[in-house]
Design a protein around this ligand. Structure first.
Ligand code: ADP
Length: 265
């Protein structure tokens, strides 16, 4: 059977399918819109780095290869483009799993302070390039045990810290704190003094592919998926994420986690 490309036929097919299966037509239409929107975004996101890489390769084949220095420069840029493609595909893979609810959380007890220290170490080089310091904003750094999927929470903290570096000013600071909330919760805050986010963008920030600066010429690479991955992971834990931000002052992202019971209990 040929693949349907005609929109009218597609709608008819959906209606028939809905009738057969006795499902709500609206839900199906929304899903279909969502799928089209998603695919449109994906191809758009992949196009830019693909054309960039192709551009460098063609220039090299066109004679630029004769100069060793230029060749190296172009190969490095092409390689950066490929890195970006890999990064986008990894994010897509994650978001797809998250959106079909295929995310198996493996909850265990772990020390959140230790985990944050690990992420600081992993991002040290990236932060140093912009002379940004990653610090704890808390008096004691004694272990604080929480319940959650430590790998996924590490991804959350990594994404938030990477953003604070990407959108932070040179010589800026990103501070992380972990505080006890009422009852059995802690709140983790990640605060930067970077470029901040204009108010009108805040409600849409966690949507996939949403970026404040949509221009293709923007300096900072990214897929626009980071924050939607963060939100999915936090919500899968049954927790909440918050954002406060002011242009040229900075941003604060915070989320809650369940405190782990004492081991002796
Ligand atoms: P990406 O960084 O790949 O564009 P994200 O989903 O991680 O995608 O973030 C969405 C958008 O939110 C970013 O493009 C950026 O405009 C804005 N943003 C996220 N974190 C910060 C931050 N700490 N400071 C300023 N802007 C931010």
């Amino acid at each position: 059977k040929p693949i349907t490309t005609d929109m009218r036929t597609l709608t008819e097919e959906i209606e028939k399918f809905a009738k057969d299966k006795k499902v709500e037509i609206d839900t199906l239409k929304i899903r279909e819109e969502y799928r089209k929107d998603f695919l449109g975004n994906v191809s758009h996101e992949l196009k830019t780095p693909l054309f960039t890489v192709q551009g460098y390769i063609l220039t090299l084949l066109d004679g630029a290869m004769k100069d060793k220095k230029i060749m190296e420069k172009y190969l490095k840029r092409a390689s950066k483009g490929v890195d970006r493609l890999i990064y986008i595909v990894k994010d897509l893979d994650m978001i797809t799993k998250l959106e079909v609810g295929d995310l198996n959380l493996e909850k265990r007890r772990f020390d959140i302070i230790e985990l944050i220290k690990n992420v600081f170490e992993l991002l040290e080089m990236k932060a140093a390039k912009k002379h940004i310091s990653l610090t704890f904003d808390m008096e004691y750094k004694a272990p604080i045990f929480v319940m959650g999927d430590d790998e996924k929470i590490q991804q959350v903290i990594t994404n938030l810290l990477v953003n604070s570096i990407k959108y932070g000013h040179e010589n800026g600071t990103t501070e992380v704190s972990v505080e006890n909330l009422i009852k059995n919760k802690v709140i983790i805050r990640i605060t930067d003094n970077g470029e901040g986010i204009p108010k009108q963008h805040i409600p849409r920030l966690f949507e996939r592919f949403y970026r404040v600066d949509q221009s293709g010429s923007r300096k900072e690479g990214g897929s626009g998926l980071g924050l939607s991955i963060v939100k999915h992971i936090i919500e899968a834990h049954g927790e909440k994420i918050y954002v406060e931000s002011e242009v040229d002052v900075g941003s604060e992202f915070s989320f809650t986690l369940e405190k782990a019971p004492n081991k002796t209990e």
